[in-house]
Design a protein around this ligand. Structure first.
Ligand SMILES: [Zn+2]
Length: 270
């Protein structure tokens, strides 16, 4: 069985002490891990990890909605991420991404995040949307898939992706409601399902609604673990496969094979 985790953050400091072992478990269970940068610093860190573990790791370059990462770190919701020391220059970072396009399989994570009270002003929302559109246009030009983060901004996100006629779209950990799930599915976009599906009815419903041909598996490691409070890792993708198999009434092998196929065609994997 060939498995894929299409979204993880193995550059996080939570893996500092035992990344070799985490990667070893990927090899043991035949897991390819796609790891995502979120800013200038992490885009370079993920590349270093790909160079170190080329048999397991693929990378994507991202520019996280500004500056949701700062909010997550300040609130304690996120820890262990490298922050940029200077404000992100989006044009400069996009130029760097274009220069390194052959080293990544997608652009992400990118998106919109209105989760924080300070982000709910029209001005900030507009700024996020403008940045998002700019990044999407580059991804479209490079013909790369996009991995989308969206929090409390699902409708705006879907509307922008539709307006720009984006085709290779992956909605990661998508919490939008049923009608938005159906709308995104009818656009032939993809949804990636985390192991937390065992604890969240929302993802079980999503898997029921969306054809297997449009599903992918992710861990968002270190988050979204199948066990509350535990650090997640790519090898846990097996939990998601098992759960999807149960819901779709298929074998785990059948599910894994189709999901690998979905990912391989999106990311041009051999
Ligand atoms: Zn993520």
């Amino acid at each position: 069985m060939r498995l894929i985790d299409i979204h993880a953050h193995l550059d996080n400091t939570k893996y500092e002490d035992d990344l070799d072992e985490v990667i070893e478990r990927c090899r043991e269970y035949n897991v390819t891990a796609v790891i995502s940068g979120v800013n200038k610093k992490t885009n370079r860190k993920v590349l270093e990890l790909q160079e170190k573990y080329p048999d397991v790791i693929k990378v994507t370059f991202g520019i996280y909605p500004l500056d949701a990462l700062a909010k997550e770190l300040e609130s304690g919701e996120a820890t262990g991420f490298s922050r940029d020391t200077e404000p992100v220059d989006i044009d400069k970072e996009l130029a760097w991404i274009e220069n390194n396009k052959n080293r990544c399989v997608a652009i992400g994570e990118i998106g919109l995040d209105y989760n924080w009270p300070e982000f709910q002003s029209d001005e900030i929302k507009q700024e996020q949307k403008d940045n998002f559109k700019k990044i999407l246009k580059v991804a479209r030009e490079l013909d790369l898939p996009v991995i989308i983060h969206t929090r409390k901004a699902e409708l705006d996100c879907v509307e922008i992706l539709e307006k720009l006629n984006m085709k290779k779209v992956i909605l990661h950990c998508f919490m939008g409601r049923k009608h938005l799930i159906k709308r995104a599915a009818s656009n032939k976009w993809y949804f990636s399902i985390p192991p937390i599906i065992t604890r969240l009815q929302h993802f079980q419903t999503l898997v029921e609604l969306v054809p297997l041909e449009q599903l992918l598996t992710e861990t968002d490691s270190p988050y979204l673990s199948p066990v509350a409070g535990e650090r997640n890792e790519p090898a846990n993708i097996r939990v998601t496969i098992k759960e999807i198999a149960k819901i779709k009434n298929l074998t785990e092998e059948e599910v894994a094979e189709q999901i690998w196929k979905n990912a391989a065609s999106l990311f041009n994997l051999s």
